[in-house]
Design a protein around this ligand. Structure first.
Ligand code: KIV
Length: 264
């Protein structure tokens, strides 16, 4: 099993950490079998699985439901549960209790949480409770209303300085790694160089210690909104559509089932 110690070791050995999201058994099997180091059960499932406009309505119970399917499928990848909106913002106690559910009920090995200095106290309390935390700064989708949309962060000198400071704060609070979303590559490079913990980038350029993407973007299953930082490695939507159309046609023409699929 890949652990938080392997995260740190890979950074020390200058080896890239690989991470993808997954939300259910069949896809988690594929990601695990491919040898990806870590699986994030992201609250992005609200958009790519549930068809919601954004991630805000996703609940703790839904996250636990999906994380259970993923941990059941996995043999070696480390599973990280994503803390959904309002599972930790109201209090440190909420954070510890809800994060604990990911480990206790769903079998995850760590959690991810959006935020910087405002969650430092939460990270300290969770780490004290033996819950490893990955922090997430830059574009934080749960802040969509404050940010005014999904926009690249840290573009001005002042904003960049603030993000560097936040990165140090979450490291000092005990985070085992830091996810950097949608920030300029040179800023991600600086943060990666300054921190002892590994950085995982999404839309943060090539200099991070590792990379993560949303699986449904990578395999071409989500088309509503494709950010610039996504690379599509397959087109499963087209393949699935072709298969379903062929099935429909064969049933209508009496070609399926044939004798091969029938019993004597
Ligand atoms: O919810 C999610 O999938 C994320 C991304 C950064 C991968 O947080």
């Amino acid at each position: 099993m890949f652990t938080i110690h392997d995260f740190l070791k890979k950074k020390k050995d200058r080896k890239k950490i690989t991470m993808l999201t997954a939300y259910d058994y069949p896809f988690a099997r594929i990601v695990d079998e491919a040898g990806v180091d870590a699986i994030l059960v992201g609250d992005s499932l609200g958009m790519v699985v549930q068809g919601l406009e954004n991630t805000l309505p996703v609940t703790m119970d839904e996250m636990i439901y999906h994380t259970k399917m993923v941990t059941r499928a996995v043999k070696s990848a480390m599973v990280i549960g994503d803390m959904p909106f309002m599972s930790y913002q109201a209090s440190v106690e909420d954070a510890v209790r809800n994060a604990g559910r990911f480990l206790k009920e769903a079998g995850a090995a760590a959690v991810k949480m959006e935020g910087g200095s405002e969650i430092a106290e939460h990270i300290r309390a969770m780490t004290r409770s033996e819950i490893p935390v990955m922090a997430h700064i830059g574009l934080t989708p749960q802040s969509i209303h404050r940010m005014g949309g999904y926009k690249v962060q840290g573009k001005t000198e002042e904003a960049a300085k603030k993000l560097i400071k936040e990165a140090h704060v979450v490291e000092d609070a005990g985070a085992f790694s830091l996810l950097l979303e949608a920030i300029p590559q040179d800023l991600a490079k600086k943060i990666t160089k300054e921190l002892a913990i590994p950085t995982i980038g999404i839309g943060a350029g090539p200099y991070c210690d590792g990379q993560v993407l949303v699986l449904h973007d990578v395999i071409g299953l989500f088309e509503r909104f494709v950010p610039k930082f996504v690379k599509k490695y397959a087109n499963l939507k087209d393949d699935a559509l072709k298969a379903v159309k062929a099935y429909k046609q064969e049933v209508e023409k009496g070609k399926f089932p044939s004798q091969e699929q029938s019993f004597k």
